[in-house]
Design a protein around this ligand. Structure first.
Ligand code: HEM
Length: 520
């Protein structure tokens, strides 16, 4: 009898303990920053929209403050929508807040080698950043210029001869520039099989790490589900095999190519030479270069496509930019990298597109290495911290007409904010590229690539809507024009690019022949 009582008491205590634990799932701890009300178990999951989550984050930021917390079952996400918090928490305390949240899905896919998402304590992240740094630093811009001048000359040539496939030409430009810089291998055709397999792989990769296809990071118990009940396992296996085959084919090229010495080597050739010293395996070296391809190709291409979309919808801005460049250069030679210094309006257009349509609107999440105390709150170790650049760049208190594409704002003030604004910090020009120790290492290369390609496209072509529906369309709606994934990617749009004059065609042909025959 006594045993029965003891068992019943223990059983009831266990049920009470379990109920208490389950009821606490999804609840916001009082030490966290404020945020929207939670419901048991889910927390705020049910309120997250399927698309453009940054818009909901911005709304919550306006309601609950510049630093908020969101509960995703047991996990916590912090969203920063205030410039002052970005500076104090992520820039100034970068050594504490520059790790990444752990992702089981990513671990399964890339076995810890994908350094963009690796912990700041990991050897992979430290060694990979160290090996790429000398090639991507601002002092290395003399390495970037010949690559992007040659690839952008091929871009103009491609559009001239096949004006219908703008997005593939842009993707070839960004992919080939980075593939050459990283592995010494170019991709010459916009319809090449390499580019197509890259696109298939990257689509699968984004899907494979998304919680919709593989909710293992939200519901950790799913990690123990057997393979035949877990459809994401098949997707992970396929994606890993595509990833390895892509990265390895480029790595083998870098190993085969003997030419290229000193600073003319590709990033991966140089990394291979010092891989034992750096403590990197051959597979990790393949990933170091592959990650540059993955992180750089889409971000650059989506920014350029957004810019073309904006110019197509703003004929007056395009005309003003063409007048500026014609006055400096005329029609007989292609613009070169240094010309950007003399073209303030085109500089303003590039800054404006990075503000108006940031290619990663909530950045890549950071995570604190340990529990971190800020502003009276505690941010738990490992929780995801998002920088909501969208909210900052579209804040009506900072920007005049924030939802308009209006490059002139950057002629009025260097950071584009309202003239005479009394604020604590200027918006640093690198904000679209992240923060602290994780600041995008490709930023200088990206800027040179954007400057050269944008100057040349504006100089060479008129951009007009290719069909009547987009001719009538004056809207800037995200829903209409953008997919949402990790990057803010424009949907396919019809744009007719017509050559501005016959002497420009000659300059394009001449420069194409010159670059293709050189060893840049
Ligand atoms: C317009 C173009 C680009 C934009 C807007 C952009 C933006 C970003 C952002 C927001 C991050 C996250 C930074 C953080 O965590 O705080 C990032 C990381 C990164 N980007 Fe870029 N990026 C661009 C182009 C490139 C290019 C061209 C490359 C390579 C050549 C590149 C390589 C990387 C890498 C490797 C990381 C991960 C850094 C780390 O985790 O330590 N990016 N980028």
């Amino acid at each position: 009898m006594k045993d029965t009582y003891t068992f019943a008491t223990l059983f009831l205590a266990a049920v009470a303990w379990l109920t208490f634990k389950i009821a606490r799932i999804g609840r916001r701890d009082g030490r966290l920053p404020p945020g929207p009300p939670t419901v048991p178990v889910l927390g705020n999951i049910h309120e997250l929209p399927r698309k453009f989550a940054f818009l909901r984050f911005s709304e919550w930021g306006r309601k609950y403050g510049g630093i908020i917390s969101i509960k995703l079952a047991n996990a916590t996400a912090i969203v920063v929508s205030d410039l002052k918090v970005v500076k104090e928490l992520l820039d100034d305390r970068s050594s504490e807040t520059s790790s990444r949240p752990y992702s089981y899905a990513l671990e399964a896919l890339s076995k810890g080698n994908f350094f963009v998402l690796a912990s700041s304590e990991s050897l992979v992240w430290r060694a990979s950043r160290k090996s790429i740094q000398p090639f991507l630093a601002v002092q290395a811009s003399d390495l970037h210029v010949p690559i992007v001048e040659r690839e952008s000359s091929a871009l103009l040539h491609g559009i001239l001869h096949n004006p219908g496939a703008i997005s593939s030409h842009i993707l070839r430009y960004t992919f080939s520039s980075i593939a050459y810089f990283a592995f010494g291998k170019r991709v010459l055709r916009h319809d090449s099989p390499e580019l197509q397999s890259y696109q298939t792989y990257i689509r699968n990769f984004c899907k494979a790490v998304s919680p919709e296809a593989a909710p293992v990071d939200l519901i950790p118990i799913l990690r123990y589900v057997p393979d035949f009940l877990a459809p994401w396992m098949k997707l992970w296996r396929e994606t890993r095999s595509q990833q390895l085959s892509l990265y390895n084919s480029f790595l083998e090229h870098a190993e085969r190519v003997k030419e290229g010495e000193g600073r003319n080597r590709s990033i991966i050739q140089a990394t291979l030479e010092q891989r034992h010293e750096l403590g990197l395996s051959r597979e990790t070296v393949a990933y170091t270069g592959g990650v540059l391809l993955d992180a750089g190709t889409e971000t650059l291409a989506t920014t350029m496509l957004s810019l073309i979309l904006c110019l197509m919808k703003s004929p007056a801005v395009l005309k003003k930019a063409q007048n500026e460049i014609d006055e400096l250069i005329g029609s007989k030679r292609l613009p070169v990298a240094n010309d950007i210094e003399e073209l303030p309006y085109i500089q303003a257009i590039i800054k404006e597109v990075l503000r108006f349509r940031p290619s990663i609107p909530t950045g890549i999440p950071h995570a604190p290495l340990n529990d971190c105390h800020y502003g009276g709150y505690t941010i738990p170790k490992g929780s995801a911290i998002f920088i909501n650049t969208w909210a900052i760049f579209h804040d009506p208190d900072l920007f005049e007409r924030p939802d308009d594409f209006w490059p002139e704002r950057y002629l009025l003030t260097p950071d584009g904010t309202k003239p005479g604004l009394n604020k604590d910090y200027n918006i640093r020009s690198s904000l679209s590229f992240g923060s602290g120790k994780r600041l995008c290492p490709g930023m200088n290369f990206a800027r040179t690539s954007l400057n050269v390609a944008v100057m040349r496209l504006i100089w060479a072509f008129d951009f007009e809507p290719g069909d009547n529906s987009s001719r009538m369309d004056q809207s800037w709606s995200l829903e209409e024009h953008y997919f949402e994934g990790i990057t803010l990617t424009p949907k396919e749009f019809s744009c007719r690019m017509t050559l501005r004059s016959a002497d420009r065609a000659k300059a394009i042909e001449d420069s194409y022949i010159l670059y293709e025959n050189s060893n840049a």
